[in-house]
Design a protein around this ligand. Structure first.
Ligand SMILES: [Zn+2]
Ligand SMILES: [Zn+2]
Length: 392
């Protein structure tokens, strides 16, 4: 089998958009007809591929295939061959599930751009009619929740049909600049500076920095990324970074001192600072050592330790951290923290039995220790800030 018209994908095109253009260029009635024909041809080539090609465009993307993704990959390679594309071209256009996470958030990857899955729009995909007029295809960044304005035409993306009021989704309507009700779509409203700035970030070369930052901001402050004022709040927040973040932490320290019930060397870190370290991990993929929120936290706590030296009476720098948070601040793994403990480099506030396993969420290490250890490793001091810690 091969396609008579061999449609070429655009570099930033989505898989669904490409499949739709392949349907249209080869004069099939709709995506379902194309999928049916592909399905039959696949079974003729390889009986294992029965059912491997998606019949519904909305769930065509590879990240939707959980158990059968291996077969879908094989099917996509064959379809690429029939369309005279490089074998992995359709897989490159897809969002794939990644083993990496942003903190506890699952991630997807498309052509080297890793994003927290929470950033992807599920139910609709807004459009810029000016872009569609120039080239009839859908770029992947229109699928990202904070991408609300076209960075080329400086207009708001259109998310609702002006006639019927329904949300727009080309994967359901199979139309390019038309709603499923038949109305023509036209983007007119000028975009705000904040929306344009975020869109430029998300479509640019630094997109990998933006995605973590946006996810962290939404998560840390409970903001809805789809809310109209989200980008405005995001941009104005980071104008004052990190002073505003540090002021919030100062406030927590102030309240902890006011309401202190027991000595700080018996107080858990999270009872004062909450899950700020855990949430901070959302700002960058777990595989990276550098994470601007975690780096800022370490800088803040280093300062706190400087201001609160070890004394006879325990102070705020003697709070108790769990191993997970400890590993995050140190930019290392849980295993390394256990090893440091076993080697006697870390003092534990409780005596553990000989064979007792240290639970990751048990608060047993002093905040002061992590700062001193980080400084002794040269992670935080001066030019060495981004230097990797050598594995022990
Ligand atoms: Zn546009
Ligand atoms: Zn409509």
């Amino acid at each position: 089998m091969h396609f008579i018209v061999q449609t070429k994908p655009f570099k930033d095109e989505t898989l669904e958009s490409y499949l739709l253009r392949l349907t249209r260029d080869n004069a099939y009635a709709d995506y379902h007809e194309l999928a049916d024909i592909i399905w039959q041809s696949l079974v003729e080539c390889d009986h294992e591929l029965e059912g491997a090609f998606p019949l519904d465009l909305k769930t065509a993307n590879l990240y939707h295939a959980s158990q059968s993704s291996r077969f879908r990959v094989r099917a996509f390679k064959l379809v690429a061959q029939w369309a005279a594309l490089a074998p992995l071209e359709l897989i490159r256009l897809s969002w794939l599930r990644s083993n990496t996470q942003f903190g506890h958030l699952t991630a997807l990857i498309r052509d080297q751009l890793l994003i927290p899955r929470m950033l992807l729009r599920e139910n609709y995909v807004p459009i810029c009619s000016e872009c569609l007029k120039e080239e009839s295809y859908f770029p992947y960044y229109w699928h990202l929740k904070p991408y609300k304005a076209c960075h080329k035409h400086k207009v708001q993306l259109q998310s609702h049909c002006a006639e019927c009021g329904e949300l727009i989704d080309y994967r359901a309507s199979e139309q390019f600049s038309q709603c499923s009700c038949g109305a023509k779509l036209k983007t007119m409203a000028p975009a705000s500076e904040a929306d344009i700035a975020v869109s430029e970030g998300l479509s640019g070369a630094d997109a990998h920095h933006w995605v973590g930052k946006l996810a962290w901001f939404a998560y840390q402050y409970g903001h809805d990324q789809e809310h109209a004022s989200f980008n405005e709040a995001f941009i104005s927040y980071f104008k004052h970074w990190p002073d505003n973040f540090f002021a919030e932490l100062d406030e927590k320290v102030f309240r902890a001192r006011e309401k202190q019930l027991r000595p700080f060397n018996h107080t858990k870190f999270d009872s004062v600072f909450g899950d700020v370290i855990k949430v901070g991990k959302v700002a960058a993929p777990n595989v990276l050592r550098s994470n601007f929120v975690v780096d800022s936290l370490l800088s803040y706590f280093s300062d706190l330790v400087e201001k609160n030296p070890k004394q006879k009476h325990p102070n705020i720098a003697d709070l108790l951290l769990n191993s997970l948070d400890f590993a995050t601040l140190l930019g290392t793994t849980l295993e390394q923290v256990f090893r440091l403990y076993q080697e006697g480099q870390l003092t534990c506030c409780e005596r553990l039995n000989k064979n007792e396993r240290l639970q990751p969420d048990r608060c047993v290490f002093y905040l002061r220790q992590v700062v001193e250890l980080a400084q002794s490793q040269g992670r935080y001091v001066g030019d060495f800030k981004n230097q990797l810690i050598t594995p022990w």
